[in-house]
Design a protein around this ligand. Structure first.
Ligand SMILES: NC(=O)c1ccc[n+]([C@@H]2O[C@H](COP(=O)([O-])OP(=O)(O)OC[C@H]3O[C@@H](n4cnc5c(N)ncnc54)[C@H](OP(=O)(O)O)[C@@H]3O)[C@@H](O)[C@H]2O)c1
Length: 345
């Protein structure tokens, strides 16, 4: 294994790689200058493991590794730079598992040229590519599609998530979601154009999984205001500024909204925004997903992630690490959650 990117999620991936008996770390690429030259085990908070973090991409690419876990962020980077790096690794014979650039949870949703670049790099290197995550990448797209394999004639699919952000220390996502901002207009039904590309992979995976042709995707953003002042490591929220954000997407098929998806991000955790799913009174969980599929039979699934402050980060990292054996065994091409079965072993 060779690993790239030790931020919030990437560091958890690195720790899991070092813990697994069936995987051996042989290389570690970093972007942060202060990590270069350090032992990967020490960077992960443990004992030295004899692998030194490097910022030399050429040397990393030349390593004798079966698979690269690519967790370097795409935020603030030209997306072509990310894709080109991935293609160089694939062409050099490395399989890739990645959570970077959420659109890659369903690579067929990419523009045809970019998809072709990835596919041809897989062919050159006889390697496989798999993008994943928790949401997008599992709870909101792959899981509803798997669940619907139990029913006939699915009609409408509704997925609603609530993600507690109170302990999330990332100032970038705080700013991107607009927490602590004074709204300058409406609080509801604000066009969410900015976020539509973020969830395009999810919509495309669902549509393909259900065999539906999407006519259009409509996106909205709703805001709820904080009822008190709130301080967090990510930033300050004053009473009356944005404390909860809901993103909603409707996928229209044959003139009907068949795919209804929503994500609620709250900071503080217990802000009363009145949106579903509500925060259960007695729950230690920090992420809630409610899936409903109108079909025969009708299906309702609730997923709650509990454990630590950020179980979603651990779940994302685990899904990536658990995918490694399947990706290494898979036929050399670009894979998705619709064709690759991931198990914990
Ligand atoms: N779909 C999902 O459910 C899901 C969930 C979580 C994360 N993600 C995605 O997975 C990726 C990793 O997540 P994360 O939480 O670890 O992100 P993060 O904390 O923002 O990761 C930042 C790391 O990326 C590397 N990096 C920073 N700037 C770079 C640049 N210009 N070029 C190359 N590398 C650079 C650095 O690694 P070093 O410190 O090692 O230098 C940095 O620590 C992100 O793209 C994120 O959006 C998806």
């Amino acid at each position: 294994m060779a690993h790239f990117g030790t931020g919030h999620t990437g560091m958890v991936v690195l720790r899991q790689l070092l813990q697994r008996d069936d995987l051996e770390l042989v290389g570690h690429l970093v972007h942060s200058p202060d990590k270069v030259g350090k032992d990967s085990g020490v960077l992960a908070g443990g004992d030295p493991v004899g692998v030194t973090a490097t910022d030399d991409f050429g040397a990393f690419c030349a390593l004798d590794a079966d698979c690269v876990t690519y967790l370097a962020t795409d935020f603030g980077r030209p997306i072509d730079e990310v894709i080109d790096q991935m293609c160089l690794l694939l062409a050099a014979g490395k399989n890739i598992v990645t959570t970077t650039f959420v659109r890659l949870v369903y690579a067929p949703s990419l523009d045809p040229e970019t998809l072709e670049k990835l596919q041809s790099a897989c062919t050159t290197g006889q390697s496989s590519f798999f993008g994943t995550g928790v949401s997008p990448g599992f709870t909101v797209d792959a899981l509803p599609t798997y669940c619907a394999s139990l029913c006939a004639a699915p009609g409408q699919v509704r997925v609603a998530e609530r993600i507690l952000q109170g302990t999330y220390e990332d100032p970038l996502s705080f700013a991107a979601l607009g927490f602590g901002r004074v709204p300058d207009g409406d609080l509801t039904n604000i066009p969410a154009d900015h976020w539509a590309p973020h969830f395009a992979g999810t919509m495309a995976m669902l549509a393909d999984g259900f065999g539906w042709q999407l006519d259009e995707v409509l996106g909205y953003q709703d805001l709820a205001l904080a009822d008190r002042d709130y301080e967090s490591a990510a930033g300050s929220i004053r009473q009356g500024t944005v404390g909860s954000v809901r993103l909603r997407f409707e996928g229209w098929v044959d003139g009907e909204p068949r795919l209804l998806l929503s994500w609620i991000y709250t900071m503080p955790d217990d802000l009363r925004d009145g949106w579903a799913p509500p925060l259960p009174r007695e729950s230690a969980a920090r992420r809630f997903t409610h899936i409903t599929i109108d079909a025969d039979p009708e299906i309702a699934v609730t997923v709650e992630l509990t454990g630590g402050e950020l179980p979603g980060v651990t779940a994302t990292a685990s899904r990536a690490v658990n995918a490694i054996p399947a990706v290494c065994r898979a036929a050399p091409t670009v894979h998705t959650a619709l064709d690759l079965v991931i198990t914990p072993a």
